[in-house]
Design a protein around this ligand. Structure first.
Ligand SMILES: [Zn+2]
Length: 307
């Protein structure tokens, strides 16, 4: 079964100012690298629908949706926090970013593909139930996980987050929900300065120190993530795929390489093969060194294609 690549033209229109690291060129860097490496040829391309209000409200509630609607400007930028802004296209992009993950869930559940990568902006894992922050408006991976539970009747899902920043939003939404296991690694201390304490048994946060790289990351995966995933037996695995723990990334200080992203993807493929009929839905989070982002995402997607 093929791997799906899901994206939408609106993702290139969401911009937060000329020097913002979370820029449209990120998606072009990924697309270019997928084409140049020959991987693109093996992907089933889909255009993301907009998530419905009901699908997004499962994790954010109606009041928050009204708040974001009201914040959408007709011109210029509306800042939600010092790092996060909406332009006139941002709300549309955010709806399609969440919709990409919903579509990915539907595709893998209908067996139209086994794995899917959502090349989306804005990212999502910092968006809390009632708060946009850290470049994120809607929590895309959480909307997808909630869809798998509510619309497909799954009982156990896992969310794996290897972005260099802690996925505080995903934790806020699912902490204490025993149907959802979240495993993560992130640099600490670093924005958003959360995640060191595991607030509930379904959260497996593994902080790493600045300067750590492949050895510490792979040990965290092998010793902390994999046993928790085996015990949870997820029926689908979501990946918050941020590539900003790469050694070339300007926003953080971990030292991962493309080979680490390929390796961790292969570990997750093995878990998915045992428990989830191979189903993996991966969605882009961070990654700000454009060349490293393209190379890392390509190795991640290559592993998904080869699964
Ligand atoms: Zn990040």
């Amino acid at each position: 079964m093929p791997t799906a690549l899901i994206t939408h033209p609106s993702f290139l229109l969401h911009e937060m100012g000329p020097y913002h690291p979370e820029c449209p060129e990120r998606l072009m860097a990924i697309s270019d690298r997928l084409i140049a490496s020959g991987i693109d040829h093996y992907l089933l391309h889909h255009t993301a629908p907009a998530a419905t209000r009901e699908q997004i409200a499962r994790v954010h509630g109606d009041a928050y949706l009204d708040e974001i609607d009201a914040a959408s400007p007709e011109a210029g930028l509306h800042y939600i926090d010092p790092d996060t802004a909406l332009n006139p296209h941002s709300l549309t992009a955010a709806r399609h970013a969440a919709g990409a993950v919903v579509m990915a869930v539907d595709l893998v559940m209908r067996k139209e593909c086994k794995t899917a990568f959502c090349a989306v902006r804005p990212p999502g894992h910092h968006a809390e139930r009632k708060r946009a922050m850290g470049f994120c408006l809607f929590n895309n991976v959480a909307v997808g996980a909630a869809h798998a539970l509510a619309a497909h009747g799954l009982e156990r899902v896992a969310i794996v987050d290897f972005d260099v920043h802690h996925g505080n939003g995903t934790e806020d939404i699912f902490q204490g929900d025993e149907r959802v296991l979240m495993v993560s690694t992130f640099q600490h201390p670093l924005y958003p300065y959360s995640g060191v304490d595991n607030p509930a048994p379904n959260m497996v946060n593994v902080p790493l120190a600045a300067g750590e790289g492949s050895d510490a990351f792979r040990a965290a995966v092998a010793e902390r993530w994999l046993p928790a995933l085996e015990a949870h037996r997820p029926q689908i695995i979501f990946i918050s795929a941020g590539f900003d723990a790469h050694r070339e990334d300007p926003l953080a200080g971990l030292k991962l390489t493309e080979a680490d992203y390929a390796w961790v993807t292969q570990q997750l493929i093995a878990v998915a093969a045992r428990h989830a009929h191979g189903r993996i839905v991966s969605t882009l989070e961070g990654g700000y060194a454009l060349s490293a982002l393209g190379r890392s995402a390509a190795e991640h997607v290559r592993a998904l294609v080869e699964a």
